[in-house]
Design a protein around this ligand. Structure first.
Ligand code: WTA
Length: 655
């Protein structure tokens, strides 16, 4: 790519106009920004009618900053909204999921009526095990239909799911189970990755050694391997669920009844349990899905290529799409399970109309070559979405040209675990798009870009992204720690929500996201805190001190670079290679393989300020091979030069 081409893409006056194919949407939605802006609460109250309420709410927002309630006197059941009401309306034969297995030809097609039966049976099974409204249930599963069924069955009973990504280690699983005091776990014996089975249940067994409050574990059989079994505690899904009655009477719960907890990394070592409730969350995921992905056609086949272990899977595989009653692809594998053109084969085979994924996946697919998407019929695609990290213009253009064949609008969607649903994104048919920009806040959402003092910046300037009005799907707090919620998000700029992201307003006033401005790293769209990884490293007996930074990386957005000083006794190795390997493995088993540093630099010292703080900013410069800025506050400026030298001589130890 030439510089000139990039310049042209970035030229803010060269936006892609709304696609003419979306005229119908444009007509139907004309004026919604204005309507919503004139009366945001009225707008959301109208959107709440997308749900089926047992008692319709008369209240909308009650705002006691920073705590909101939405639709406070309404009652409903989340699972009924996702499944039963579609069946009752005669749409039971519509396919809810085309499930596609990892690397085999195994597939399963599940209609809304069949999903209803599966959820009813699972709800009976969970009840039999003792699950009751308000109980927290951990879900630690691969991408199989039972994962979605389990989530829906849990919320149907008014219990609360805490889905923990299947890639997390036993330690990470245990700390999350303990933090939310989960009393039940739903898991599988194992999972498939690129055709080979790997066990999952041993991590649960290990985690539960430190979780005495867990009463029962429900286990789906996915692989053929043997598993350890704790008789009084473990139950096979097929024994407990399969024979249950196929209908289930659902109770209704208040709009503010807890729905789920989703752990995410903040700036400290302890992950935060981001807590969401029912009515407001469901309203906003349903509304945003409807408008941003334009899901009006009976023939749509939508594919959010994400894991249900993250918020994207919760909001845009489970709740948003199911409330809208759409047909989806649910894919178990990795982008290259069964071949590097696997995604394109799935798009062609199922006639996928909407594809929603992360820039890191787009860049990986791009690296694998233009000829792979070119060899398949992708003409069914209508909309392409991006989420999880800033999308670089080059990836955006590749997505547009080679996947969307210059026909499909790209919706770059900014949001967070905490926001619950999309907040900033173009609307196809209404908003022009620019390569790399998320454009503008959705109707009913108010955001701003402010400077250090909280003052709105002008067009053409950058600053901090804040959200200035409460929104329905906002987190109701950090589970068990309301003070931390107020402190983390609402204290930097009083009265507004500080997202932790930098943003720029271009000359037209459109928004470009610039990445995190705090110690949160974004590795392949996964959030990790620098402190969390430092903690894991320092937990190793050989390590004296560790400093971790996120350095930019062509494929993963950011990659973890760790600077480590060893304890004297451990530092007599002339070659550090073995201990570096061991430390990377140690981080993978303490947190998750996604937290494994790309590079570990052994250094006799870390650069510190006179007050003893590690200067991460300098280390980041070193890790990104930039020249160092001001080093005058360092105790010993020569330390940085020494580390930069070490960085050049240590070959990176990538997998
Ligand atoms: C980043 C994922 C730029 C951002 C849904 C945010 C993005 C964090 C975008 C939340 C985007 C997400 N452009 N950055 N379109 N989407 N981010 O909680 O830094 O896993 O704060 O939620 O991802 O990550 P989380």
């Amino acid at each position: 790519m030439t510089e000139a081409k990039l310049e042209a893409w970035l030229d803010e006056s060269r936006a892609f106009p709304p696609s003419p194919a979306f005229t119908a949407q444009a007509n139907a939605t004309l004026g919604i920004y204005e309507t919503a802006e004139a009366d945001p609460e009225g707008w959301w109250r109208t959107q709440a009618d997308r749900l089926t309420w047992t008692n319709a709410p008369s209240k909308t927002l009650e705002w006691n900053p920073p705590f909101a309630t939405w639709f406070g006197d309404g009652t409903l059941n989340a699972a009924v909204n996702c499944v039963d009401r579609h069946v009752a309306a005669g749409r039971g034969d519509k396919v809810a999921f085309h499930w596609v297995a990892d690397a085999t030809n195994e597939t399963r097609t599940i209609t809304y009526a069949q999903l209803g039966v599966l959820v009813a049976q699972a709800a009976h099974g969970l009840t039999q095990l003792g699950v009751r409204s308000g109980d927290r249930v951990a879900v630690y599963m691969p991408m199989i239909p039972e994962a979605v069924v389990a989530m829906l069955a849990i919320v149907r009973l008014g219990a609360v799911h805490s889905v923990i990504f299947g890639g997390f280690s036993a330690d990470a699983l245990a700390s999350r189970i303990i933090d939310a005091d989960c009393t039940f776990v739903v898991t599988a014996d194992g999972a498939f990755r690129r055709g080979s089975a790997s066990p999952l249940k041993p991590a649960v067994d290990e985690a539960l050694l430190t979780c005495p409050n867990v009463k029962a574990v429900l286990v789906v059989k996915r692989t053929s391997g043997d598993v350890e079994w704790t008789q009084s505690r473990d139950h096979w899904w097929h024994d407990v669920v399969d024979g249950q009655p196929t209908t289930h009477e659902a109770a209704s719960f208040p709009a503010e009844h807890p729905l789920f907890i989703m752990y995410t990394s903040g700036t400290t070592a302890k992950p935060k349990g981001i807590f969401h409730t029912t009515g407001g969350y469901l309203t906003q995921v349903a509304t945003s899905y409807y408008y941003v992905f334009d899901v009006k056609s009976a023939t749509d086949v939508c594919w959010t290529a994400a894991d249900i272990g993250w918020i994207t899977g919760h909001s845009y595989i489970v709740y948003g799409p199911l409330i809208n009653g759409v047909t989806q692809v649910l894919y178990e594998g990795l982008p290259d399970s069964g071949g590097r053109d696997r995604w394109w084969r799935i798009v062609a085979e199922y006639g996928v109309t909407m594809l929603y994924t992360a820039p890191t996946a787009i860049r990986t697919l791009m690296k694998w070559g233009d000829e792979l998407p070119a060899a398949h019929d992708l003409s069914s695609l209508r909309i392409l979405g991006s989420v999880g990290e800033p999308i670089n213009p080059e990836a955006w253009m590749w997505y547009r040209e080679h996947v969307g064949r210059n026909r499909c609008p790209i919706v770059d969607t900014w949001w967070q675990t905490e926001t619950g649903a999309l907040m900033i994104a173009p609307l196809p048919g209404l908003t022009a798009t620019k390569p790399g920009a998320a454009m503008r806040a959705l109707p009913g959402i108010s955001v701003d870009v402010v400077d250090n003092d909280g003052v709105t910046v002008g067009n053409g300037e950058g600053g901090y992204l804040v959200i200035t009005k409460p929104w329905p799907s906002m987190t109701r707090g950090i589970y068990g720690d309301p003070e931390r919620f107020a402190e983390t998000y609402w204290s930097r700029f009083p009265g507004v929500y500080f997202a932790g992201d930098g943003a720029k307003r271009d000359l037209d006033g459109d928004l470009w996201l610039l990445g995190r401005v705090d110690d949160v790293m974004n590795i392949s769209g996964h959030r990790l805190s620098t402190t969390e990884v430092e903690h894991a490293l320092v937990g190793h007996p050989a390590v004296a001190e560790a400093a971790v930074v996120g350095a930019s990386d062509e494929t993963t957005g950011q990659a973890i670079v760790a600077f480590v000083t060893l304890k004297l006794a451990a530092d007599d190795h002339s070659d550090h290679a073995a201990i570096i390997d061991e430390l990377r493995h140690h981080v993978a088993t303490t947190i998750s393989p996604i937290a494994k540093p790309r590079q570990i630099i052994m250094t006799p010292e870390l650069p510190k300020t006179r007050s003893g703080k590690i200067m991460r900013r300098l280390l980041r410069d070193v890790a990104e091979h930039r020249s160092m800025g001001d080093v005058t506050t360092l105790t010993d400026p020569s330390v940085v030069a020494m580390i930069a030298g070490l960085m050049e001589t240590h070959a990176s130890s990538e997998d």
